[in-house]
Design a protein around this ligand. Structure first.
Ligand SMILES: NC(=O)c1ccc[n+]([C@@H]2O[C@H](COP(=O)([O-])OP(=O)(O)OC[C@H]3O[C@@H](n4cnc5c(N)ncnc54)[C@H](OP(=O)(O)O)[C@@H]3O)[C@@H](O)[C@H]2O)c1
Length: 326
């Protein structure tokens, strides 16, 4: 028997309960895994609270990522005892996910845990950190260099934002962090490497089509009017990696930054990211994240605490990363 957080729907409300299940309950797949850790991402928050239409088939075990140990495998790429990590592919949305002590998954979805890493650290990074790495990689691919100028990160104290700040600082960029919680999280963001902290209210005023050029690059996790403001302030030939919608999925902007300043807006999706790119991103995360990141920006909770933290993350009240010990 193993413990799982199970979501059901009753009268259009999502109900989360801890249940004892056995392997026969698990969905089909070719690798059976003992889950060591999962993590809490914004999408998990929407799924567990029912605030977002993430899950269409109930019952569902949430958890869009996990790290664990292979129990048995029908695929010769994985053997009993191997350490693996999973993010995305719709796991925790339409296939039972990481918030259970056991999972059965497709081998194609897995990535071997990088050498020098453990399951807990992998989930301290999790989908949010992996996505932050894809955003930073997009800026590197766009040839944005440390000497090009300052890089802006929005939603900076969240999961994606806090890892993006850390990675960019480690790569030698000068990082400005936008947060709605300057007093609460400013000191942490400075420790992670931000050289200045900007209050989110400055980014919530309606943007003019073009404003003073300030940023050589940006990682945006917020969307909506904040991203519109960021675009209006981008330097000539700069790039923005946009991955999130914490502030809304609309984008009230104009074409001006694109056609007059050669600004590139690169969308980032972590869910369907090809395996080769995943492996490279994980290796780079292991290389770049300092030990201090794991001590400063992460909280560990038990499975039965996940619903409370799920509510908090949808209210923008979580700082850094939350990992769930299975
Ligand atoms: N594209 C992908 O593959 C992918 C993957 C992972 C995540 N995401 C998306 O990226 C976003 C961030 O994810 P996360 O896991 O980092 O979530 P998170 O930990 O909740 O962080 C989001 C941060 O955004 C800020 N924020 C919250 N509500 C806001 C609002 N109404 N207006 C402006 N800012 C707000 C807060 O930061 P401050 O308090 O510092 O302002 C919050 O900490 C989410 O929209 C998520 O769905 C996308």
């Amino acid at each position: 028997m193993f413990k799982a957080l199970v979501l059901n729907q009753e009268e259009k409300k999502t109900i989360a309960t801890i249940e004892q299940l056995d392997d026969s309950h698990l969905p089909e797949g070719d690798v059976l895994i003992d889950v060591d850790y999962s993590s809490l991402n914004y999408k998990d928050g929407l799924a567990i609270t029912g605030k977002g239409k993430i899950i269409r088939n109930f019952p569902m075990v949430p958890g869009i990522d996990l790290a664990g140990t292979v129990v048995s495998s029908e695929d010769n790429r994985y053997q009993t005892g191997d350490k693996v990590v999973l993010t995305g592919w719709g796991v925790g949305e339409n296939h039972w996910g990481g918030m259970a002590q056991r999972a059965r998954l497709k081998a194609d979805w897995l990535v071997p845990l990088p050498t020098g890493f453990d399951s807990k650290k992998a989930m301290m990074v999790g989908t949010a950190g992996f996505t932050a790495m894809l955003c930073v990689q997009a800026l590197l691919d766009a040839d944005v260099k440390p000497e090009s100028g300052e890089i802006l990160v929005t939603g900076a104290s969240g999961g994606v934002g806090s890892v993006a700040v850390t990675l960019l600082a480690q790569l030698g960029y000068k990082v400005a962090a936008v947060t709605g919680r300057v007093e609460q999280n400013g000191p942490l963001l400075e420790k992670l490497g931000a050289s200045r902290i900007i209050d989110r209210t400055e980014f919530e005023e309606p943007a003019r089509p073009l404003e003073k050029q300030i940023w050589a690059g940006a990682v945006d996790t917020v969307g909506s009017k904040v991203l519109a403001k960021v675009l209006a302030q981008m330097d000539y030939n700069s790039a923005v990696a946009a991955c999130g919608l914490a502030g809304g999925f609309d984008l009230p902007t104009t074409v001006m930054p694109f056609i007059l300043r050669n600004v590139r807006l690169q969308g980032i999706d972590s869910v369907m990211c090809p395996t080769e790119k995943r492996i490279a991103a994980w290796e780079k995360l292991v290389e770049l994240l300092p030990e201090s990141f794991y001590q400063q920006a992460c909280t560990e909770v038990e499975l039965d605490e996940a619903p409370k933290y799920a509510d908090d993350i949808t209210n923008g009240q979580v700082t850094g990363r939350v990992v769930i010990k299975l």
